[in-house]
Design a protein around this ligand. Sequence first.
Ligand SMILES: Nc1nc2c(c(=O)[nH]1)N(C=O)[C@@H](CNc1ccc(C(=O)N[C@@H](CCC(=O)O)C(=O)O)cc1)CN2
Length: 445
Amino acid sequence: MSDTIFAPATAAGRAAVAVVRVSGPEAETAVRRLAAGLPEPRRATLQRLYDAEGVEIDRALVLWFPGPASYTGEDCAEFHLHGGAAVVGALIAALSVMGLRLAEPGEFTRRAFEHGKLDLAQAEGVADLVDAETEAQRRQALEQLGGRLSQVQARWREALTEALAMFEAAVDFPDEEVPADVAGRARPVLEQLIGELEAAAADAERGERVREGYRIALVGAPNAGKSTLLNALADREAAIVTATPGTTRDIIEVPMVLGGYKVLLADTAGLRDTDNEIEAEGVRRARAWATSADLRLWLVDGSAEGRAEVPRELQPGDLCILTKRDLPENEAGWKAVEEAAERRLPVMAVTARGPNDVAWLKTTLTERVIDALAGAAPPAATRLRHRDLLLEAAERLRNALAQDEALELAAEDVRLAARALDRITGRIDPEAVLGKIFATFCIGK
Ligand SMILES: Nc1nc2c(c(=O)[nH]1)N(C=O)[C@@H](CNc1ccc(C(=O)N[C@@H](CCC(=O)O)C(=O)O)cc1)CN2
């Protein structure tokens, strides 16, 4: 199998221009065979491309990036073709005939990682940037690609290396001139680090929300007006609306963008006891979605008789929305206001028929999303993978501190914490530890 890969870099479909990329040792040969010659490095050159039979494929812009100064670190070439599917197909066929192979997903970036052009966190930034649909996602991904997480990781890693050097010096050279209170000196360093790691792990949740969407659940009794409000907020008929209670059974998730952030708004089955197996499953799913959501809107038909049950999923900071404000307010509305006051939930009375009400609610939701996700700076950690590794590192350091006099065991815990941090950027550097010992303590001579 060839070590030289190719792939369309642009999406399939009708487009003015399509880009096909090639990376690997055969890239130069491929360009020479297809075009009249090798263009000057990194300079777009208009060339006629021919297949092995001498049939013209296209008049294209060809770019030549000799390694290692290329995206992947290998010899790379790009063909900027006319966007037709047949044009792309003809070039791909010609490259295949030469023995090059179609790249696997992410393989160009993987090669960039393997050649040290990017670390793992930056590679994730590339993936997130390609997926970015909102401004917030774009900013966050660009920070990660730019090495924000890598830089904080390097700072933590440095502190750990120093702490480890102290422990290892005390273990390996007990008779030398090592400061006797080595563990004592390492303690405040590790304590501070644990705090920073745990704070970054908590902040990673913000990063995950930016990537995946802030989740808002519409909950309440059947016929409270959840689907109508969802449609009004989404500005399209996403959910079926009928007068029959229990119409919505599955969860209807509508992606929206509020204030530059991705939001998932979910209409859920009306909460009630039911013998209908399908509806009961819908209620179970509604409760689960609502529990894990970032914000719940408790909808109550303010014009109804009786008293609406308070969903047990409600949390502090949720909103109570009285619907059908265009109808005369009734007992259900008054009772809900009382319940909301008791729980200190803000109340808004709206009608989905009134565009101003819908706009006002949207503004309120936008403020909530911004409050939750826009910090002073974008989060450094942005994925569950980062969060897990940060928490693992913090946990190892807590163990290290609990080792007390057992320096060897403490050193091992610190080493495991370092390994967890290394996995964030995907690199391991044990040489650095030894280097630090001799640099800081001048032992051995
Ligand atoms: N046509 C095209 N546009 C693209 C890309 C691409 O590969 N091709 N990119 C791909 O995702 C992004 C740009 N990222 C790139 C990152 C590094 C290098 C590169 O050649 N790096 C070399 C040289 C750096 C320099 O001279 O400044 C290196 O790192 O050594 C190229 C593109 C977005 N736009």
